[in-house]
Design a protein around this ligand. Structure first.
Ligand code: FE2
Ligand code: FE2
Length: 494
């Protein structure tokens, strides 16, 4: 529900296109956000009758009533990550940023998206409003209705609220839908690699690291994975030897999201899982490069240091400025991603406890990506099916068997990026696993053909396709090692 603009306002809106706010209005609006921020903070310290509140309430009333006088009535509304005062986007000063962020977070938590000041407000009204707001239960959908009922029961008629519209996720989804999903996938993939690189570099240099950007990218990745996981899974075939750390974080995140999707986790939980996976090895940024990238085996001392990376990761995450974006299960996921299902991994625990869900998912994703990527100490990696076979063999010690089963179902018998020989003597690259469990051995493949210049993309075929009489046109005979055939698999996914 919006508000009815005053005649003067209506005229103003119809005559002028959307533009920046006039400076005195902008000042008042910024002051309003700061005042409400202060009031919300103070109301958590003092009870509503406390005299110490009087001065703050008085100052806030001056701002609110000045706005009512000027605008007739006004609404302060959240759209996506911005505040709008009477449908005009607010600009924030550097000093005002903390207040804006606080209000945005606190209102969103309580699912309140708009506050309308309909007429002049008095001290009692403002006290009622602030305390009702602060006492709202977080995440309760009926909050706006309950809030309005509460205000009405206390004879407050000058203030009204509306629920939060359209979540951030929906907004992201909306913008992505218009794009070609494959293009969107590429963009998210490379942007995330760039961002994680930035975060790691900043942490190394003890500088401020922006986690919110990672969160936004994780949300986009979640949207893509929910729509069609094969796009981002295809990107994991890009095994960048030089930038292993960044690539690895992103790949682990993609595999983790795909497992999480199969588990039916909510978009919110998936986003948290995605960020946790992106940050799972962040502790390694505090370990000297020579040790992390050492070609030979580590000595006892180096290995002891290496084993501290989960704990160091926890420490880094807990010291992040935007700790608000991180919740306990994300911290625990970083802590126990090397614990292993029989708790034989590290860090050593004083008390036996199970590995968290995030930890168990990341372990599988981590092992698979590490095994299938060339490393300085193992230049020829395992093929996808070799890696899966090893993981299956070691499942009772290292992995959660149920989750491993899900993972294998997800990457298929022939994981995305596998090189396969067909009964037609053609060579193909697995492009997309079949969604139908009956055809796990019949993925969509790209038939690759070589001309004088090298490999060229020939044709995308679905191995579930049949010819007359129900015979399959093509079937997989066996998998091949791409290293031996000198085929750059990743090229076919870009
Ligand atoms: Fe790790
Ligand atoms: Fe890792």
């Amino acid at each position: 529900m919006g508000i009815i603009p005053s005649p003067a306002q209506a005229e103003k809106i119809s005559q002028t296109p959307p533009r920046g706010m006039e400076s005195d209005l902008s000042k008042l609006a910024n002051s309003l956000v700061t005042k409400i921020h202060v009031l919300m903070r103070i109301s958590q310290i003092y009870d509503s009758k406390n005299v110490a509140l009087h001065q703050f309430i008085k100052e806030s009333l001056e701002t609110i009533n000045a706005l009512v006088k000027r605008e007739g009535a006004f609404s302060l509304k959240i759209i996506k990550d911005d505040f709008f005062l009477n449908d005009q986007r607010m600009r924030y000063s550097v000093e005002g940023f903390t207040s804006f962020k606080y209000l945005l977070t606190q209102w969103k938590k309580r699912l309140i998206g708009e506050v309308i000041f309909k007429s002049q407000v008095d001290e009692r009204t403002l006290r009622e409003f602030i305390y009702s707001l602060i006492n709202l239960e977080e995440g309760r959908e009926e909050n706006a209705t309950l809030f309005n009922e509460q205000l009405a029961s206390r004879d407050v008629t000058s203030i009204e609220v509306n629920p939060l519209e359209l979540s951030e996720e929906d907004e992201e989804g909306f913008t992505l839908e218009k794009e070609d999903p494959r293009e969107a996938g590429k963009k998210v993939f490379f942007e995330t690699i760039g961002t994680i690189k930035e975060v790691i570099t900043n942490i190394k240099g003890e500088q401020h690291a922006d986690i919110r950007k990672l969160k936004r990218l994780a949300q986009k990745a979640v949207h893509l994975v929910v729509e069609d996981e094969s796009i981002l899974l295809g990107m994991t075939t890009i095994k960048n030897y030089d930038e292993y750390t960044f690539n690895h974080s992103v790949n682990v995140s993609i595999y983790s999201l795909a497992i999480g999707k199969r588990l039916g986790l909510s978009k919110k939980t998936l986003t948290e899982l995605g960020i946790t996976a992106l940050l799972h090895d962040i502790g390694k940024s505090k370990i000297p490069r020579e040790i992390v990238n050492k070609p030979g085996s580590l000595n006892e001392e180096e290995w002891a240091l290496m084993k501290r990376h989960p704990l160091m990761g926890v420490e880094i995450v807990l010291n992040l400025k935007q700790l608000g974006e991180i919740n306990p299960r994300m911290v625990i996921g970083i802590f126990d991603h090397h614990l292993q299902s029989d708790l034989s991994g590290y860090p050593k625990l004083f008390r036996k406890q199970g590995v968290s869900l995030f930890g168990r998912i990341i372990q599988i994703a981590d092992a698979y990506d590490a095994m299938t990527t060339p490393r300085i100490y193992k230049k020829v990696p395992y093929t996808p099916e070799q890696a899966l076979a090893i993981m299956l063999r070691e499942r009772t010690v290292h992995f959660d068997s149920a989750l491993l089963k899900i993972f294998i179902g997800l990457v298929g018998i022939y994981p995305i990026g596998s090189l396969v020989l067909l009964n037609t003597h053609e060579v193909g690259i697995v492009y997309k696993p079949s969604h139908d469990p009956r055809w796990l051995d019949r993925p969509t493949v790209i038939i690759v053909d070589r001309d004088k210049k090298g490999d060229v993309r020939k044709e995308v075929v679905n191995l579930a396709d049949t010819v007359g009489g129900g015979h399959y046109k093509r079937s997989i005979v066996k998998t091949l090692d791409p290293q031996q055939y000198h085929i750059d698999i990743a090229k076919y996914f870009l």
